[in-house]
Design a protein around this ligand. Sequence first.
Ligand code: HGY
Ligand code: MN
Ligand code: MN
Length: 418
Amino acid sequence: MALSGLTIDYTRTQRELDRLAEFSSVSAPAVGRVMLSDADMAARDYLKSLFADAGLRVHTDPAGNVFARWIGAEPSLPAVVTGSHTDAIPYSGKYDGTVGVLGGLEAIRSLQRCNFQPRRSLELLMFTSEEPTRYGVGCLGSRLLSGSLEPSRADALLDESADAFSELRQRRGFSGSLSDVRLAEGHYHAFVELHTEQGPLLERDGLPIGIVTAIAAPAAIRVTYTGEGGHAGAVLMPDRRDALLPAAELALEVDRAARGSGSLDTVATMGLLQVHPGAVNGIPSRTYMEIDVRDVQLGRRDQVLSHIEELAMRIGARRNVEASVERINADPPAQCDPQIAATIEAACHDAGLQYQRMISRAYHDSLFMALLCPIGMIFIPCRGGVSHRPDEYSSPEAIGAGVEVLARTLAQLAEIAP
Ligand code: HGY
Ligand code: MN
Ligand code: MN
């Protein structure tokens, strides 16, 4: 679609990204913005002001998902949606997720500036809590929108201070029932998410755009080992039931299981390990860990996951500690819609940008939006493939290229008003 006069003000988007990064629980250059924290609430107010300044109709649902809509000529038609998340794991960077929200906003503004009139409404969605940090479950907002998480289970989620989501969201002003969050299939026409690649391939190949074909299947389990604490000096070795040793052994076995799957597409790590009492002269009495296992192939992912669960129990028994294993989530992979991928491809041609098709190994809210409507994802390169770190970086020009492809894709999907 010809969009004469389309310009992307990526310096403005960069300024907005820089401002957004200031809403953080940790000092720059790191960013920390856990869902519904003070930093997150301040960031939400800032973003909603930007959405309103763009003349979008803004509302928030009981889960804290924020919707900003540009009403199209035929408002009753299912809308075309873009968006991502702005929560951030502790000590991460300023681009993960935020490029999709502020880049999505600039894509909409760029279409407004060139007098494009959408037939379908265009909606910008900022999902509550894509990161699993607070409750251990990622994509809380898009899971609830797509019916992939029971509202009662979501409300009962407890964070590490045993604060339930139901309590926290009420205190933060997100009242109403989570049962009202779910959207009907067909509510949306298409969803397209702009995101940094969070990997090295685009930069390595010198390409500005990635067209995502599939999103890997994420799973996570939690394991607890309970042994016997005691004085690190006084208890003799044969009398110990040290709960850290099975955790250490399991961490190595998790790594071995992923490397031994026969495919580079299998990845696994023990990303979280808590030791109680956590004193140098106290024998660990309890360890709590969370393990992340992913693969683009569901069967292989499940095989490795079950193997790790069995190992966790076996190691606990052999080391004479109590073991408990619980699945946090085990989601299927998502396929991106070939039509939308072709639309993104055409947008790349119109923008004169090279691209490659690729898999997303990180999960995104798109994984769950795929349960609601056809999805597409646009990747931009990130320096060194780094993400979830303070030195995460994508250049304003790279962001601008992604926003232009997104704007052209959204225009094509929303169609021109008759
Ligand atoms: O973990 C992920 O893949 C996402 O960045 N939350
Ligand atoms: Mn992330
Ligand atoms: Mn992300």
